[in-house]
Write a protein that binds this ligand. Structure first.
Ligand SMILES: NC(=O)c1ccc[n+]([C@@H]2O[C@H](COP(=O)([O-])OP(=O)(O)OC[C@H]3O[C@@H](n4cnc5c(N)ncnc54)[C@H](O)[C@@H]3O)[C@@H](O)[C@H]2O)c1
Length: 295
């Protein structure tokens, strides 16, 4: 059997956990899930942020939300969070491995601590979620729909341009994990979807800048989009992708086209990315000159 058993409605009264739910895309996913009737654990390192998101989403319903302080780099804590959902509700239906961090700048400026941090959150964080939830989903899948894993990767998981090299590495890993897992999960009635959006309007665009790196400029120009996606629009598209059991969500359209062209002509795409990196460096230097070296 290679087709997953799908429920008519994968959201109403389903049990969900969203990591990185306190901000940006995670918060939008929480809003969309609660709006669709799910019961959501809003898990984030930033407990106050998680609480704010849970309170706001829970106030409108029809689903519910509760906050949990969770560090996805802590395998035991992730397992405990997932097991707690199962203990309370009898099952877990939807796991969104969404927490992530980024570093932008020249790779020679990254310390071993930077590399460890991004691997720990962006790769190990997702692995911890899968290790904790997937056995439950497989078990549940013996009697019908087992549930769905949704991993937030990025366009950076499909295309490779420098100055965010460590981020690109981690997001390629998330795409590989997701697509491979999906092929074995299908026969166990478990779905897997990987989200690969271009720039989204969230605080991450201003985070993790080393040296002269400017995230907003980089992410927009690098992915051929004019303005960052609205996280609520992305969340709606993500839920539609889960409902349709799609392997990937690559959005918006210009990013999808760039990705397809890159697949057809990888050497061309790599030359274009090299030119893009050179252009970004020139822009960064000009910005630094204008601000008297403060940028
Ligand atoms: N915004 C974009 O342009 C964009 C594009 C593509 C993919 N993504 C991905 O989307 C995901 C969400 O990013 P966002 O844009 O909403 O960023 P964000 O910075 O707004 O939110 C990230 C959240 O993750 C939390 N977090 C960080 N480390 C954590 C940890 N160890 N444990 C638990 N929570 C932790 C933060 O506290 C924060 O609330 C990330 O995986 C990111 O790589 C973002």
């Amino acid at each position: 059997m290679t087709r997953t058993v799908r429920p008519e409605d994968p959201f109403t009264d389903r049990q969900a956990l969203v990591t990185g739910g306190g901000s940006g895309i995670g918060a939008a996913l929480v809003r969309a899930l609660v709006d669709a009737g799910a019961h959501v654990v809003v898990a984030d390192l930033d407990e106050l942020a998680a609480q704010r998101v849970a309170d706001a989403a829970g106030a409108t319903g029809p689903g519910t939300a509760r906050a949990l302080r969770l560090d996805v780099t802590d395998a035991d804590a992730v397992r405990a969070a997932v097991d707690d959902v199962v203990a309370r509700a009898g099952r877990i239906d939807l796991l969104f491995n969404n927490a992530g961090i980024t570093f932008g700048g020249e790779t020679e400026d990254l310390t071993p601590e930077h590399w460890d941090a991004i691997i720990d959150v962006n790769i190990r964080g997702v692995v911890h979620g899968v290790a904790a939830a997937y056995p439950h989903l497989v078990r549940q899948g013996r009697d019908g729909w087992g549930g769905h894993v949704v991993n937030t990767a990025s366009m950076g998981g499909l295309m490779a341009a420098g100055l965010i090299t460590s981020y690109v590495m981690t997001k390629h890993a998330v795409v590989g994990l997701s697509l491979a897992l999906r092929t074995e999960a299908a026969a166990k009635n478990v779905g897997v979807t990987v989200l690969c959006p271009a720039a989204v309007e969230t605080p991450i665009l201003e985070k993790g800048h080393l040296g002269r790196f400017h995230g907003r400029d980089y992410y927009l120009k690098g992915q051929g989009v004019r303005r960052p996606l609205d996280p609520d629009v992305l969340a709606a598209e993500a839920l539609a992708a889960v409902a349709a059991d799609r392997p990937m969500l690559v959005t918006p359209r210009p990013a999808r086209i760039a990705w397809r062209v890159g697949r057809l002509a990888p050497a061309f795409a790599n030359r274009a990315a090299t030119r893009f990196v050179a252009k970004q460096r020139r822009l960064q230097a000009r910005r630094a000159d204008r601000s008297g070296g403060r940028a």
